[in-house]
Design a protein around this ligand. Sequence first.
Ligand code: PLP
Length: 389
Amino acid sequence: MLDHDRIRRDTPGASGRVFLDSAGSSLPPTVVLDTAIAHLRREAEIGGYSAAAERTTDLAAVKTSIGTLIGAPASSIALSDSATRAWTDFFYSVPLSPGDRILLCEAEYASNAICALHRAEVTGAVVEVIPSDESGRIDVDALQDMLDDRVKLVSVVHAPTNGGLINPARAVADLAHQHGAIVLLDACQSIGQMRVDVDELGVDALSATGRKWLRGPRGTGFLYLRPGLASTLHPTALDLHSAQWIDRQTYRMADDATRFEFWECDVAARLALGAAVDYLLELGIDQVEEAVVERAEYLRAGLREIPGVTVRDLGDRKSGIVSFTVDGEEPDAVRDRLGNQGVSVRVSYDSSTRLDMTGRGLDSVVRASPHYFVTFAELDTMLAALAGE
Ligand SMILES: Cc1ncc(COP(=O)(O)O)c(C=O)c1O
């Protein structure tokens, strides 16, 4: 059971508004804020290098904590500054030749799709989209028919930015591996709100961000690479951290995920990301997942009661992202109306998930993403505000 009194005390920002935007950028717990500020203060006192030297062990522990969260060794994790940076660092290192096939999903995030199109243009590979089944999830049977040995990479968005869908990552990975394809999981919206275990999911690589459901600071993220995979790939760029300069003609790349990291980084933000992950581990990811699902389901049920409101979430098993539209009122106007009443929601536009949104004839939806720190009374406040009560 989560200790809600403690959680609310740890989240002062939550008392000012009904905060339903953890899929955007969540409210960090106090320990995250304190960790970042304390380190920035220390940098100002003794200089950045000396301040980092004092925290060497804690910095190394950040990867250990992330590893504990996703069931992976610390050496398989490269810290990054965003989910997109992590995704692209990996994606651009997968070798592609003319005629090779990249498979995306209908829920693909815009940046991923843009990179796939970009690389197809440069390498002569082709981009194809795995259709969704009637529930909106990746159609695993259709994938089976599409796979052959020209498929080099399959991209799976675990939970899309624009709704409650959860894609069947394990089934996709099992099929793709039968044909030797690499499976890259975009876990940007799933990490921190549900159990994401790389062994259970069977994926080769995973990208994630710190600021959303993990409640970490902005400008943080990470890449996971299946052990043994990093040493087979050439990152697009190296530095003196990802590789060693041996002599005039020789350098040696790191064998593990460090190969995908640069030396310079925001140490305060990384320590704070570690604090966010530790806070989550202490709460327990299963408890968090249960609390998120309960809140999202409560919200969906309440929304369905309001005349003119349509819940837009796809899939059977659903995440904490709740998407909806209101007849006769633009999503932007709904967001602003709720915002004026102290309720933070966001609008997700077709420019972020063009394949899915165009397919469903939507150009935008309101997105409400309640984390475990949101109370049911706050959800009632949101529903009443939306209903104009
Ligand atoms: C599904 C998904 N993937 C990737 C991203 C990109 O994350 P970042 O902004 O940390 O690069 C987002 C951001 O909203 C997202 O929702």
